[in-house]
Design a binder for this molecule. Sequence first.
Ligand SMILES: [Zn+2]
Length: 131
Amino acid sequence: MSIIDDIKSVAKTIQQAGNIELYQKILDLQGQALEVVEESNRLRNENHELKEKLKIKEQLKHERNSYWLESNGKNDGPFCSRCWDVDKNLVRMHPGGNPAYYHCPNCKAGSVLVKPELDPPVMTQNYHNFE
Ligand SMILES: [Zn+2]
């Protein structure tokens, strides 16, 4: 039985006894108890979310202008550095037209060079032949 159910049970007994003043007090108490229970639930949920974010933070590493999750020896990502740094939201970045560049679908912070090895090389090797 919850604390709210206990208070309701007491309130019913007081109502049956006909003590209006005490009945009003127990109704006020019931309202306050409800607020405490709701606040407790809110804090429990917030604590759960913070623990999840702390777990993520411990696995995050910043590399190549983005965040990567390291778990079981594998890299997952890239994730947007702006969204994590500012809002603590882990947002997976999407590849653009150039496979070396990724962008964030949430904050639209612009393209980020995440995979420079995939960026097409600039053709410069024959320039010295055109003197
Ligand atoms: Zn973002």
